[in-house]
Structures are given as C-alpha cells and as structure tokens.
Design a protein around this ligand. Structure first.
Ligand code: HEC
Length: 138
C-alpha cells in the first residue's frame, strides 16, 4: 500500500517535470541552436543572389542590428523581410528562402547552429534575444 502511494507520487512528479519542460520549450530563444549550418549556407547563397545588389551582410551584424529585434520572434523577422524585400519586388522569393536567409543572418551574428532547420511551424515561438556576436573567422 505504502509502496503504491510512493510509486504514484513518483509518476506525478515526472508528469509535473515533463510539463515544466514543455512550458520552457514555448519560450525557446535563438541562443539554443535553432537553425542548421547547411541552412545558413543555403541562405548565404540566396542572400548573395537576391540581396547583395543592395546590401552587405555586415549591415545586419554591425551597429547592434539584431538588438533592434530583441523580444520579437523569428517569425516576425521573417515576415518583415518577406513583406518588404527585395525592395524592388517584395515577396519574390519562396518563403523557405526567406527563412534560409534569416538562418544565414543568425550565423553572421554568431548565434549557434543546431541539428535542425529553422522552419515556418516553429519560428513564431522562437524569441530573438542577445547576446549577439560576430561569425567566427571574420
Ligand atoms: C533593390 C535594392 C534592394 C534589394 C534587392 C534588397 N533590399 Fe533590403 N533594403 C533596401 C532599402 C533601400 C532598404 C531601406 C533602407 C536601408 O535600411 O538600407 C532596405 C532595408 C532592409 C532591411 C531593414 C533594415 C532595417 O533598418 O531594419 C532588411 C532586414 C533588408 N532590407 C533585408 C533584405 C534582404 C534579406 C534582401 C534579399 C532578399 C533585401 N533586403 C534585398 C533595398 C534592397
């Protein structure tokens, strides 16, 4: 009898613990490896083709550019770029290409890469938060 109670106590403890972890997941930030290296490379290529006519990557790393986005979500940043850029033809690229570009910009800001691509289903739950650095080797 006593043993059963203890077991149920342990189960309840585990459930609460799992709930706690799930709640933390909702507040994921860009510091936890939310894009992949390969994605940033794809984004670099797309950025070179579609954005470098008018921009240099440094514009989005220097002058604390990302600090201006602090507190907003990755989805906000992607949507902003998608609805305004390229300036001469906003929304011209595929949504996935905009997401890749943002992954590239994160890599340029020294944010860590992780195992998975950033994608449209999760980007609205990921908060942009410093500190931001520079990509290594630059
Ligand atoms: C035809 C020129 C042109 C192209 C191509 C272009 N942009 Fe821009 N972009 C501008 C201009 C002009 C502005 C507004 C002034 C500024 O901040 O440079 C701007 C602003 C921005 C901003 C906002 C900067 C801020 O102050 O917050 C971002 C982000 C941006 N562009 C990203 C991109 C990305 C990503 C691409 C490629 C998909 C792109 N742009 C392609 C001309 C361009």
């Amino acid at each position: 009898m006593r043993k059963t109670l203890l077991t149920w106590g342990a189960v309840a403890g585990m459930v609460l613990c799992a709930l706690g972890l799930a709640a933390q997941d909702d507040k994921q930030t860009v510091q936890s490896g939310v894009y992949s290296e390969e994605q940033a490379e794809r984004g670099h290529k797309t950025f070179s083709e579609a954005c470098m006519v008018c921009h240099q990557p440094e514009e989005f790393t220097q002058g604390n550019y990302m600090d201006g986005w602090s507190g907003q979500t990755v989805g906000d940043l992607v949507d902003f770029i998608r609805s305004t850029m390229p300036e001469d033809n906003p929304g011209r690229l595929k949504r996935r290409e905009y997401i890749d570009i943002v992954a590239f910009l994160f890599s340029q800001n020294g944010l860590p890469a992780g195992p998975n691509d950033l994608d449209r289903d999760t980007m609205g739950d990921i908060v942009i938060e410093g500190p931001f650095g520079q990509a290594s080797g630059q």
